[in-house]
Design a protein around this ligand. Sequence first.
Ligand code: AP5
Ligand code: MG
Length: 190
Amino acid sequence: MKHFIIFGPPGAGKGTQAKLMVEKYNLRHISTGDLLRAEIKAGTKLGKIAKALIDDGNLVPDEIVLRMVSNEIVQNPDVSGFVFDGFPRTTTQASSFDYHLKSLGMDVNGVISIIISDDTVRDRIHHRALIEDRKDDMNDEIIQNRIVTYHSKTEPLIDYYKKQGKYHEIDGEGTIEEIFDKISLLIEML
Ligand code: AP5
Ligand code: MG
């Protein structure tokens, strides 16, 4: 089994590239953002807690996302691997996740980090706002909060995974196909 983390700022193309990875390498996609949006849509208790945080571009508590990811892993014992999208996002999530994976005899093979500028983040999200209906895409202040949250809380994970020798950067400014070609080369090496 091979497991990958697809990492990057909002709008970097994590979801887009994860879907291509799933098709080509028969992986199971675990997107914490998608799981949380599904909880909101279903009107669950968890969804009610998450809604205000997500709509304002703030992170949901670590315990909630850790539990969600752990459930997804145990419910899919027969997959050939996972691609984790939008998770982990804090150093607490990363260290708890490592501990949990170890207890399951699993490990992450690589962290694929898609690098784009903050200006490209804004362009991509503005574009998506015309197509999809995500409340956290609709307002520049909220988009800015997501960017700031990424730099302050999530970017420290770069060093965390560099220390483990698992961190790999991809230039995310090209076309979807160009980026996926680079990701494919990387996956086949890992
Ligand atoms: P989440 O859903 O993970 O959102 P995000 O990280 O802000 O990332 P996005 O989904 O906005 O972007 P993406 O990188 O997937 O890009 P996409 O492929 O769509 O999280 C949402 C919220 O949930 C968080 O703010 C937080 O509140 C909560 N949450 C989630 N996980 C959490 C966690 N672990 N802990 C705590 N809270 C958590 O692409 C974007 C657009 O660009 C699309 O329109 C796409 O078509 C286009 N595009 C993609 N690639 C290219 C390209 N190469 N060229 C041109 N356009 C492109
Ligand atoms: Mg996404």
